[in-house]
Design a protein around this ligand. Structure first.
Ligand SMILES: Nc1ncnc2c1ncn2[C@@H]1O[C@H](COP(=O)(O)OP(=O)(O)OP(=O)(O)O)[C@@H](O)[C@H]1O
Ligand SMILES: [Mg+2]
Length: 459
């Protein structure tokens, strides 16, 4: 009710009272004369004023606050908790208005809290790292979260309100739900999903929802993506298998030749020398393998203590070049280096030397006689780039990413001949990454390869 209406209603009362007094006057005054008439008129006037004052008082203190209260309760019923009523500093209705305002304030706070709690729950559920589905005791889906939809790739309207077995195809999930209902206990299953064309391993955990009086009210299904865990597990298995395999070959060979020597071959000078040479070579291999493994495990445990400093490339490189020239002469491969003058790198000189040497040794090993190997060091905008280039056997496209894995070799037999363990590039990658750099390879089969290491100037 607006202000105008309120004043109007007060005027209505006034008009009513004035008319009543006027009528009384009309009826009573003709029956009186003289002083009596004056007295009656005067009394009527006094009475009229008193009644008006009383009415005004009643109107202000009762009618107006009650009307305002009715308006406020109307708004509260509609759910508008922002309304407040005006509280007069005195008067009978003061308490009513105060209490009403308090009620409105409490309701408003409760509404805000409820809203916040609701949105908090929603935020938590939607931002969980695992998919979630809530199924009631009759099997109807009540809730799915964002991660679930990401995994299964549909809209929530495709699930909510439907029976779980109508909207989930995988029988393993049905089994988890049924067993959770049956045993009223946590149940675990596993499924595979293809998410954006990648295969993902998902662990499905079903947990019963039980209310205060221990009645089963439904099931919560949680979907954990365990693809990375599986990968790590697989890598661990591969690693153990690879190490055993790598060790088995030289050990078998050492044992075989030692037995042959003991069986009488050691009496023949020529055989003795030949077999002992093989035994030495094989044991050197084992030693190299063990050393590389130790090195790698040290790097992976992040024990790699880099002793970093500013490396002046001009002072750091000659050592590497001398070693490489010897290597080049041995295998009659042309080697040349193209190093920009005056460069400096921030890093661990010994570790970075290991990187360059490993890459260069590979380049020599996987390039036939008469080939070419080169080393370039260039200044780029944000990086110092080290390029090791050869025109050797090259790397097939499908192997390009894998060569940085431990033990991965494109051609096992060939690499083993060069004494390789397949750990060199894994170590190189670790060191480069510890320097916050990147390594990549460009290669064409039978044309050659270029390994590019980029080390940031600032990090
Ligand atoms: N420059 C290159 N040209 C062609 N293939 C290469 C080159 N560098 C590496 N590879 C391939 O990548 C594989 C992995 O290299 P990596 O250096 O890790 O192992 P490795 O050379 O076999 O043994 P090592 O641990 O002794 O270095 C090699 O076996 C080889 O097949
Ligand atoms: Mg190597």
């Amino acid at each position: 009710m607006d202000k105008e209406q309120k004043t109007n209603s007060f005027y209505r009362y006034m008009v009513m009272i004035t008319s009543v007094f006027f009528l009384i006057g009309l009826v009573v005054v003709p029956f009186t004369t003289g002083d009596d008439q004056l007295f009656v008129l005067f009394s009527l006037l006094i009475g009229y004023i008193v009644v008006l004052i009383l009415m005004y008082h009643m109107y202000e203190n009762y009618v107006k606050p009650i009307r305002a209260a009715i308006n406020v309760t109307d708004e509260l019923v509609k759910g508008n908790y922002n309304v407040r009523t005006y509280v007069k500093p005195s008067g009978e209705a003061q308490q009513l208005s105060n209490q009403l305002n308090m009620l409105a304030r409490n309701l408003q706070e409760m509404a805000i809290q409820e809203k916040m709690q609701g949105s908090q729950w929603k935020t938590v559920i939607n931002n969980m790292e695992s998919g979630l589905m809530l199924i009631d005791e009759r099997g109807y889906v009540h809730l799915v979260n964002r991660k679930f939809l990401h995994m299964f790739g549909k809209q929530s309207t495709n699930y909510i309100g439907y029976l779980y077995y109508d909207v989930l195809d995988d029988k393993s999930i049905h089994k988890v739900v049924q067993e959770t209902f049956l045993y009223e206990d946590k149940m675990i299953g596993a499924i595979t999903l293809s998410i954006k064309e990648d295969k993902h391993h998902i662990e499905v955990v079903g947990a019963p929802v039980i209310n205060d009086v221990r009645e089963l009210k439904g099931t919560v299904l949680v979907f954990h993506d365990i693809t990375d865990l599986k990968r790590v597990e697989q890598m661990r298995k591969d690693f153990v298998a690879n190490v055993s395999h790598e060790l088995k070959t030289p050990i078998t060979s050492i044992r075989g030749f030692t037995e042959t020597l003991l069986d009488g071959a050691m009496d023949e000078e020529k055989l003795r020398k030949q077999f002992l040479d093989i035994i030495l070579k094989e044991s050197t291999r084992i030693q190299a393998l063990v050393q590389d493994l130790l090195e790698l495990s040290r790097l992976e445990k992040e024990e790699m203590q880099l002793s970093q400093k500013i490396i002046k490339v001009d002072d750091w490189i000659p050592n590497i070049l001398t070693l490489m020239e010897q290597q080049a002469n041995k295998k009659s491969i042309a080697f040349h280096a193209d190093i920009e003058k005056g460069l400096s790198i921030y890093g661990d000189p010994d570790r970075l030397q290991q990187v360059v040497l490993n890459l260069l040794y590979n380049a020599f090993n996987y390039t036939a006689e008469g080939g070419e190997v080169s080393l370039h060091i260039q200044n780029q905008q944000n990086n110092i780039a080290l390029l090791v280039q050869d025109n050797g056997i090259g790397i097939p496209a499908e192997a390009k990413q894998r060569i940085f894995e431990r033990f991965y070799r494109v051609d096992r037999a060939r690499s083993r001949n060069t004494g390789g363990t397949g750990l060199g590039l894994a170590i190189v990658k670790h060191i480069v990454e510890a320097h916050h750099g990147t390594i990549e390879v460009e290669s064409q089969l039978n044309k050659g390869s270029t390994f590019i290491v980029k080390l940031p100037k600032k990090w």
